[in-house]
Design a binder for this molecule. Structure first.
Ligand SMILES: Cc1cc2nc3c(=O)[nH]c(=O)nc-3n(C[C@H](O)[C@H](O)[C@H](O)COP(=O)(O)OP(=O)(O)OC[C@H]3O[C@@H](n4cnc5c(N)ncnc54)[C@H](O)[C@@H]3O)c2cc1C
Length: 445
């Protein structure tokens, strides 16, 4: 047990940032309390695999409690943090106030619908295990409903899958959906042909993967085409309704619409009462603390910081991890009477997967595409997964599905309806007319 004078470190959020702070302090003489609204750490880069039935939730998440099983100075609390009292050094949850000497806020980001929160029920985003399971449900259900409709001899719904936003998440979702329709499900239905499903990736800007160099964007778009994805750049979505997307004057029916177009920082950032950027990220000092409170740190997706070249640090796992390790080291050093040093981000490169054997990678000036980039992506993601068991399981699952095209987690659970699905029309009833299917290639708003 910690003595009364043992410094208390409270960490809000056990994502990549928070987990690394706790790991960096766990074997030291501090009392650590991790507060998270989930009981598990989620390896977000593999969420799309759960959403597309390649992996099960337990393979990409780890109970926080089990991660710190052997660290008696780490307490894990399943609670939502609501507010802070920085003057009295308290973290506020619905049920209690938790006192701290050091506070690390690592609450990450959420989806942003650019002021159209009403779109969310029709176009879920991908951030949590729950989101991934909902997407999986919708994707698999669309095929089941289409088969049922077709076997009943009624006019069949068109299987359009629209992904909005061509950043890394949109690209990997679209690429994997194409793989499912072309290979995984292709021979399992009797009345419909899943391989005729259309996968559309809509992007408001001029190119996919806009944060990557142009040559890699071009290569990614080419690889998407090869996988069977229709890419529409400069296509601004102006409306989402049940089972349909509008881009300007054009309306497209789509039983499954997925949102990968925007993120905003956790609303907890604003509760700290210090300046935030337009996305709600907290402007932090070079030592990741907030102005006026050297004992309070904000890290990961919730922090806004520029690197030494003046470039905004991206919302990526390595940034959150390095910031977490840095804050743990800073606290250790400070408790040992040593001065603070500024945080420096070491950019080791970036990788984006597109689908089977398709990816792009940038390591400094070296740009790679295709199979080699995909292998690099695969090994990096297995290496950084939390827990040895998960690494082994994911490796086996991937090897198996690479050889057989099988996806082992194709379960539909929960509701068996889709927003806007037209249901059973008698055979003689024509399918209700719909607008031109081609979406414009110019920005529509
Ligand atoms: C689908 C997807 C794919 C991605 N792919 C990649 C990739 O390939 N490579 C890459 O580098 N990055 C990727 N990222 C980004 C990366 O996951 C984030 O940059 C990283 O998770 C940020 O870490 P974090 O610790 O700041 O926040 P998170 O990892 O998001 O953790 C935040 C934690 O805070 C908790 N929390 C939030 N609010 C509260 C509250 N009020 N009370 C209590 N707990 C709270 C949450 O439950 C969560 O556990 C991806 C993200 C997503 C969503």
């Amino acid at each position: 047990m910690a003595s009364k004078s043992t410094p208390r470190v409270v960490i809000v959020g056990a994502g990549f940032g928070g987990l690394n702070v706790a790991r960096g302090l766990a074997r030291h003489s501090v009392q650590i309390t991790i507060v998270d609204q989930k009981n598990h750490h989620t390896f977000q880069p593999l969420l799309y695999q759960v959403a597309t039935a390649g992996l099960s939730p337990g393979e990409i998440a780890a109970p926080i409690r089990s991660v710190f099983r052997n660290d008696p100075n780490v307490i894990s609390l399943l609670e939502e943090v609501r507010d802070f009292d920085l003057d009295r050094r308290l973290v506020r949850t619905a049920e209690q106030d938790i006192a701290y000497d050091y506070l690390v806020v690592a609450a990450g980001a959420t989806h942003a619908y650019f002021g159209h929160d009403e779109w969310e029920p029709y176009a879920p985003g991908l951030k949590t295990i729950e989101d991934a399971l909902e997407i999986r449900r919708r994707v698999l259900l669309a095929f089941e409903l289409a088969e049922r409709q077709s076997l009943s001899g009624v006019a069949t719904e068109e299987l359009n899958f629209v992904v909005v936003g061509a950043g890394p998440t949109g690209v990997e979702l679209a690429g994997t959906l194409a793989e499912i329709t072309r290979h995984v499900l292709a021979h399992e239905f009797r009345s419909i042909d899943p391989s005729r499903a259309r996968i559309l990736l809509l992007e408001g800007g001029p190119r996919v993967l806009p944060a990557y160099p142009e040559d890699l964007s071009r290569s990614a778009e080419q690889q998407l085409h090869q996988l069977g994805v229709e890419v529409r750049t400069q296509t601004m979505v102006t409306q989402i309704e049940p089972g349909a997307v509008r881009a300007g004057e054009t309306r497209m029916v789509a039983p499954v619409i997925l949102w990968a177009a925007g993120v905003a920082a956790s609303p907890l950032g604003k509760k700290l009462g210090v300046p935030c950027d337009r996305a709600g990220r907290v402007f932090v000092q070079p030592d990741l603390s907030i102005p006026g409170h050297p004992e309070v740190f904000v890290i990961g997706d919730l922090a806004s910081l520029k690197d030494h070249d003046g470039k905004q640090l991206p919302g990526l796992a390595p940034v959150a991890m390095q910031e977490g390790k840095y804050v743990a080291q800073l606290i250790r050093r400070e408790l040992a009477g040593q001065p603070r040093e500024d945080f420096r981000y070491w950019d080791k490169g970036s990788l984006a997967t597109i689908g089977r054997s398709a990816a792009v990678a940038q390591f400094g000036k070296l740009h790679i595409s295709g199979f080699i980039a995909w292998l690099a992506w695969l090994f990096v993601h297995i290496f950084f997964l939390i827990g040895f068991r998960n690494r082994v399981l994911v490796f086996i699952q991937w090897a198996w599905s690479y050889l057989t095209y099988e996806r082992g987690a194709r379960l539909i659970t929960g509701d068996t309806t889709l927003p806007g699905w037209r249901g059973m029309y008698p055979a003689e009833t024509p399918v209700p007319p719909r607008a031109e299917e081609k979406l414009p290639t110019k920005a529509a708003s």
